[in-house]
Design a protein around this ligand. Structure first.
Ligand code: C2E
Ligand code: CA
Ligand code: CA
Length: 707
């Protein structure tokens, strides 16, 4: 190679350009973008410096060497503020940009002076043209002369910048920043050394080329390596953080899903619970609204699941629910939603229904699901369900309104008995509102003394003597008038008020009987109606014994009428409760006999004294053979079991005649007396000493006291 040093200069230009490009690439998206950008600029500055050095050293004469020398000067001035800028960008305390602006202004002045003065900014005067021959024979055109004041000042400024840069490097080292390293220190030392040498060369102490650029090439390389290292470390850290975050997110998602499952699903069946159901319903409403299709919500409660719970335990009733949920799940479409929203039942959403015919098909499918019996641990369970349905958008516009509508329909179905299906109709809302009003009025009725009792005699079929009085409650409301027990007793039962109301009936009836006993009706008994809820009340015995004790009556003076239907709900428990009451010495009778379809085996073991043949059979006696047959066999059965039997609702002489022929011992009905208020009943008792005396028939509601 004929000019190795010139070549080295040119190679260093290439390296510096690459370093500039590298720093520019790093600058984008890096945390040190200012440092990188200023570093790229410094690299360009030194590349220019090196290039024009090469131009100067290889110039053919002093004039062209001086021209290149002015450019060398330009780049050597330009890099000073750039180095200050780079150092300032690493200064974590503050960004002394103002210093950079001052330096840039001074550099601008120096550059102008460089191009305006005859020998560039370094020299007042030039030494004669000088060609330096290097040991390997390479010739370099050196420019030396008398250093100018501007040059000396510039040197001073660059020295200050160097010291400042070193100060920054030192502080970075203290802060353990990765950028500070021996490489940078080495670079700085080399630069200081080469700058010192350049000064000596300029002033003619020694004759040598400017090597400052090479010092910077070293620094540029070191800087690039360090920045790259820093970037790699950051990348690695970022990757680790991203991975940890992803893990965290995944974990959180899993926990969320678990919480969601618990929050929105029923533990027993795994079906959505009320909250889950509501969420699904809301999103389906939106979807069907957009597509103009219908949604059917069906709520259903298994009839008498409480009975299964009572007789076979909670585990069995849970198993029934689980099996039923599986059966139902198998019969609905994938798009339908089955949920467990109630303790004794389920809720279903069928969506995307285009016609009302589609709804019909859906309901039939549901009804079929209950027909097949279940077998659990050897016991067959044949269930029925009451269901209520509401349709979107026909019946309601929102999820909660739709649910409320379906709830009302279900309520309606349950009121109609068991195994009933009802669809929502607007009138239900009004009915329900009335019910609510009635219920709140009922709550106040006892305190406001709005109840009173009527008494209906039960007479001996042969002598016409009054054997017993049945206490029948009446509610005289200031606004609703005289309310029939048929209207408010079910409401009292549903709301639990029946316990208090029933207690009042027991006390009042006992007090009345005691009064009649005092008036001379020694063998008269009192019959009181007891509802299923009262029968299960653990304080019932206490109430009964309390009333008897207070009025001085014997347990045998009181008869409790309990309807046959309680037997179906929970036969074993009913038998148990009957036995407990019987043990107290009370008389018990089965009311509405023949309507409950209870099995004869249960009736045989019930510790009762009497049956009350339902008035529907008595009413049918003179009309159809079946009723007559039922009356006959009921009376026969009572006789066989050595029990009394009371024929209810005897209205005509003909009925009384027929019943007498069948040997029925006791009659009750309008033929003898309507239910009478206490006073009228007392009057009746006074007059009723004659056999087969028939009281004049009074109309229900004729006077507030008589019903
Ligand atoms: P129940 O126990 O079967 O009472 C007999 C009902 O039949 C009474 O209706 C009575 O007025 C009516 N009745 C009596 N004789 C005749 C007749 O010859 N023809 C017709 N058509 N009806 C007759 P009421 O008083 O309206 O009572 C209805 C039901 O309300 C009772 O039926 C009973 O189940 C219930 N109830 C009445 N008072 C009480 C009470 O204090 N407690 C409870 N838990 N239920 C009561
Ligand atoms: Ca009764
Ligand atoms: Ca009855």
């Amino acid at each position: 190679m004929s000019a190795p040093l010139i070549s080295a200069y040119l190679i260093s230009v290439g390296i510096l350009l690459m370093a500039a490009a590298h720093a520019a690439i790093l600058a984008r998206g890096s945390g040190h973008s200012h440092t990188n950008w200023s570093f790229a600029a410094i690299c360009l500055g030194f590349a220019g410096f090196q290039f024009f050095n090469a131009m100067q050293y290889s110039a053919p004469d002093q004039a062209s060497a001086l021209a290149a020398h002015r450019w060398v000067n330009l780049f050597s001035i330009v890099v000073i503020p750039l180095i200050a800028l780079a150092a300032a960008s690493l200064d974590t305390r503050k960004r002394p940009l103002r210093i950079f602006v001052w330096l840039a202004a001074l550099a601008g002045l120096a550059v102008c002076y460089n191009f305006l003065s005859p020998f560039g900014y370094r020299f007042y005067a030039l030494d004669p043209d000088q060609v330096l021959t290097l040991p390997w024979g390479e010739h370099l055109r050196i420019i030396q002369g008398q250093p100018s004041l501007v040059y000396r000042l510039t040197r001073l400024v660059s020295l200050i910048v160097m010291i400042y840069t070193m100060g920054i490097a030192l502080s970075l080292m203290r802060m353990k920043e990765r950028l500070s390293s021996t490489l940078i220190w080495t670079g700085l030392v080399i630069m200081l050394l080469t700058t010192g040498l350049a000064s000596m060369s300029d002033s003619g102490v020694i004759t040598m080329p400017y090597l400052g650029g090479f010092g910077f090439v070293f620094m540029a390389g070191a800087f690039s390596i360090l920045v790259r290292k820093e970037m790699l470390a950051r990348e690695l850290q970022e990757k680790l953080i991203t991975r940890a975050l992803a893990k965290e997110v995944q974990g959180r998602r899993k926990a969320d899903a678990r919480a969601n499952q618990l929050l929105h699903h029923d533990a027993l069946t795994g079906l959505p619970n009320r909250a889950g159901f509501f969420l699904r319903l809301e999103s389906l409403l939106e979807l069907n609204h957009q597509q103009g299709t219908k949604i059917a919500v069906v709520l259903f409660d298994i009839d008498r699941l409480g009975g299964v719970k009572g007789t076979h335990g909670l585990a069995t009733s849970d198993e029934v629910l689980r099996r039923l949920s599986q059966r139902l799940s198998g019969r609905i479409r994938d798009s339908d939603v089955l949920a467990r929203t109630r303790s004794d039942g389920f809720a279903l959403i069928a969506s995307h229904i285009k016609t009302d015919a589609g709804i019909g098909v859906f309901c039939e499918k549901l009804a079929g699901s209950f027909e097949e019996p279940f077998e659990i641990e050897g016991t067959q369970f044949k269930l029925t369900a009451s269901s209520g349905m509401a349709i979107y958008p026909d019946d309601a516009a929102t999820a909660s309104e739709l649910l409320a509508a379906a709830e009302l329909a279900l309520h309606d179905a349950k009121n109609a008995g068991t195994n009933q299906m009802r669809t929502f109709r607007p009138a239900l809302k009004e009915d329900f509102r009335q019910r609510i009003d009635l219920e709140s009025a009922l709550r106040e009725a006892l305190g406001k003394r709005q109840f009173f009792l009527c008494y209906q005699p039960q007479v001996c079929a042969t002598s016409g003597r009054t054997l017993s009085m049945e206490a029948l409650i009446r509610w005289q409301h200031p606004e609703y008038g005289l309310v029939s027990p048929q209207d408010f007793i079910p409401l009292a039962e549903a709301s639990g008020l029946i316990i208090h109301i029933g207690g009042w009936v027991i006390h009042t009836a006992c007090a009345q009987l005691a009064a009649w006993r005092k008036a001379g009706h020694d063998s008269l008994r009192m019959a009181v109606n007891l509802s299923a809820a009262q029968l299960l009340d653990p304080y019932l015995e206490e109430t009964l014994l309390g009333a008897l004790a207070r009025t001085g009556l014997q347990p045998a003076d009181l008869e409790l009428e309990i309807t046959e239907s309680v037997l179906i709900q929970d036969p074993e428990r009913t038998v148990e409760r009957f036995a407990a009451l019987r043990n107290l010495g009370l008389r018990l009778s089965i009311d509405d006999f023949g309507t409950g379809y209870s099995s004869l085996s249960y009736l045989r073991i019930l510790p009762v004294q009497a049956f009350k043949l339902d008035r529907s059979f008595v009413d049918g006696m003179d009309k159809d053979e079946t009723s007559r047959e039922i009356c006959a066999s009921a009376i026969r059965l009572a006789k066989n079991l050595k029990l009394d039997i009371v024929a209810e609702g005897v209205e005509t002489e003909e009925q009384a005649h027929q019943l007498r022929k069948l040997d029925c011992p006791i009659f009750q009905g309008y033929l003898f007396s309507r239910p009478l208020n206490a006073e009228a009943a007392g009057q009746y008792l006074q007059n009723n000493h004659h056999p087969l005396h028939v009281m004049p028939v009074m109309q229900f509601g004729q006077t507030p006291a008589v019903s």
